[in-house]
Write a protein that binds this ligand. Structure first.
Ligand code: SF4
Length: 315
């Protein structure tokens, strides 16, 4: 699960990918779900059978008490094997690290681009040394930017170094254009040519490259599949992409009961659901017998658990 704990941040990186509904706002999201009270976080983790949590922001250490509260809640509910990693663009102090001990398992530092040149003199290396001594797994995670090889001297102090393909977004598009960057293709958010800046570094076994398409296609799809498995109704069909497909029937006036009865006869009591003025049921039932069941029929494909609608197909 991705737990976004605040949109506030002490930095203003030109490549910041945060969307306008999160950037600078003190809001909490568990995956895409806006959190109003903390028990909803457990609910979301259960919905997707989460094995671990990545804490992100904004800058999570601006609300370290909140981070500790959420981590304790997750560890209490799912046990200490629920792996928690924390991203931070600050270099945590020794005291902050001690406060996070037992709550967070792994720390991913995001040193600013400006300090890469003198990374060994930066506070980030001191934080990494302290974190290691306290018992955290410690690494650096940065976007692919020119000059990545400047981070090579930091490798002996780290367990890993993750490089994320630079991503184009609604809020950084102007800065991307100003710097002459282009999109790699018209389907993904990846910026063209950033992999070449990471090539030398990726020869080291501690270094991992995370492509934009992996995040989009693999991580998102796997998360959707887990949520779908836990939340789909018996008549929802789960696709290979983790979306669900079902049919919607809007009965003609006076035929609601007859339509429901027909669904019951074909599929039993779990084969349909009456939702106000319409019936939701297996899409294929409506597609196979369009004349047998009167009313307006559509097939809906959407993210699971009442997520966004991807496609509406009239029958
Ligand atoms: S540190 Fe992260 S959240 Fe903060 S401005 Fe930079 S990219 Fe955005």
């Amino acid at each position: 699960m991705v737990l976004f704990v605040t949109g506030r941040c002490h930095r203003s990186c030109w490549y910041c990918p945060l969307s306008s509904n999160r950037r600078g706002k003190d809001v909490v999201f568990a995956n895409e779900r806006k959190i109003e009270y903390s028990s909803q976080i457990i609910d979301e983790a259960e919905t997707m059978s989460a094995l671990g949590t990545g804490i992100t922001g904004g800058e999570p250490l601006l609300c370290i008490d909140r981070v500790i509260e959420y981590c304790k809640m997750l560890k209490n509910r799912f046990g200490k094997n629920h792996q928690i990693h924390l991203y931070t663009a600050k270099a945590p102090t020794y005291e902050e690290l001690l406060a996070l001990k037992g709550c967070v398992d792994e720390i991913r530092l995001h040193p600013s681009h400006e300090c890469w040149e003198n990374i060994l003199e930066s506070d980030f290396i001191r934080s990494a040394q302290h974190a290691k001594a306290i018992g955290f797994d410690i690494g650096i995670e940065v976007p692919a930017l020119p000059g990545l090889e400047l981070l090579i001297p930091a490798l002996p102090y780290l367990d890993f170094l993750n490089i994320n393909e630079l991503e184009w977004g609604e809020t950084n598009a102007d800065e991307m254009r100003r710097r002459g960057f282009e999109l790699d293709d018209s389907f993904h958010n990846a910026v063209k040519g950033t992999r070449k800046w990471a090539e030398k570094l990726c020869l080291n076994e501690k270094v991992h490259w995370c492509s934009s398409s992996f995040k989009d296609s693999v991580q998102l799809r796997e998360r959707l599949k887990r949520i779908a498995k836990n939340t789909a109704r018996p008549f929802d069909e789960i696709t290979d992409d983790g979306t669900i497909v079902y049919g919607v029937l809007e009965p003609e006036a006076g035929t609601s009961e007859a339509c429901a009865e027909l669904c019951f006869k074909e599929l039993g009591k779990d084969g349909y659901s009456i939702c106000g003025d319409h019936i939701e049921t297996a899409w294929w039932l409506l597609a196979e017998a369009p004349d047998k069941i009167p009313g307006k029929k559509t097939v809906i494909e959407r993210y699971p658990n009442e997520g966004i609608i991807v496609e509406v197909t009239p029958l």
